[in-house]
Design a protein around this ligand. Structure first.
Ligand SMILES: [Zn+2]
Length: 321
């Protein structure tokens, strides 16, 4: 039997993960390489092409397998052009036509989209959104990424950059954002945002509270562990983060009336600590017309955190079959 496989490639600031995914979402082979090893994107294309070739030829099981396309999730991606554009977290400067590089090398269709949009596609193809036509997927990582699916289609917008919920302003004159504006949602509701909140809470209790701390060692996981062990400041940091996220999600419902909102990424791994305040605030701030219809759920992504990015990127190909 011929097994068709789509390559899913996730390009992150630290690591590049890739795998070969079949129609049912089974990953047949996966690997990762450090992003810093590839200052020239063409070297990355050659390396991944070589590894895919070795797998397809080498394994007995793969004798009858065939590569049908390459899906790539990466920051600052333009789906329409297949380019990564001015990504601040990558060393590749300017506009990189990465989809074309892969197409030229492997002679199969290659598509590229933002990593958060890929996560939404993965949820729709292989996860909890299977069969859903209207949902929103939120990735709470270093930043806040989102993918919006309406009427069964991922929304790209006229230029490919739709769905930047992380850069909607939640606090007027709030924290400085990397985009140049102030008060963006991702400055609060993300793994880095909750650290800032935690520091603010500690300082409000005692102006010198940070002096004795090695602040570089404090990340969202540390705050999670503190909250679990009963630290009130840490617990309150989660409450505040969830409260703001609930506001933002309640507002986002007004645009597309989703059936479900999925949360994934490092901060979503905090479980009830983040979900409870988010759901509370969401339900309190939802427009009544949406409350009267069937309930809108806020759920954890059903994809395994480790595999979600590869599955999402591969879905760019599977969605088109
Ligand atoms: Zn911003």
């Amino acid at each position: 039997m011929m097994v068709q496989l789509a390559a899913g490639i996730d390009i992150g600031g630290t690591n590049i993960k890739f795998g070969l995914v079949d129609e049912d979402g089974k990953i047949h082979s996966k690997d990762s390489v450090p992003t810093a090893d590839f200052p020239d994107p063409k070297d990355l294309v050659n390396t991944i092409a070589e590894k895919i070739g070795i797998f397809l030829k080498g394994k007995k099981e793969a004798v009858n397998s065939k590569l049908i396309g390459i899906g790539i999730g990466a920051p600052n991606s333009n789906y329409f052009k297949g380019t990564i554009e001015f990504a601040v977290n990558l060393k590749w400067k300017g506009v990189i036509p990465l989809a074309k590089y892969f197409h030229d090398k492997l002679n199969v269709p290659a598509f590229l989209t933002n990593d958060a949009k890929a996560a939404a596609l993965g949820e729709m193809q292989f996860g909890g959104a299977k069969g859903m036509k209207d949902f929103i997927s939120i990735t709470l990582g270093t930043g806040l990424g989102s993918g919006i699916v309406a009427n069964g289609k991922l929304i790209y917008g006229h230029d490919g950059f739709a769905g930047e919920l992380g850069h909607t302003i939640i606090i007027q004159y709030g924290r400085q954002c990397s985009c140049g504006r102030k008060g963006c949602l991702e400055q609060y509701c993300s793994a880095t945002g909750i650290v800032k909140t935690y520091f603010e809470i500690l300082k409000s209790e005692n102006p010198h509270a940070l002096d004795a701390l090695d602040t570089n060692q404090i990340d969202s996981k540390y705050i999670y562990e503190q909250a679990l062990s009963g630290n009130e400041a840490a617990f309150y940091a989660f409450n505040y983060t969830g409260e703001l996220l609930g506001y933002a999600l309640a507002n986002s419902v007004a645009y597309t009336s989703p059936q479900t909102i999925f949360l994934s990424g490092g901060l979503a791994q905090a479980g009830e600590l983040i979900f409870n305040p988010t759901i509370l605030s969401f339900e309190k701030n939802l427009l009544p017309v949406y409350k009267s219809k069937s309930k809108i759920n806020i759920l954890a992504s059903s994809l395994k955190e480790d595999d979600a990015a590869i599955l999402g990127a591969a879905s760019l190909i599977w969605q088109q079959q």
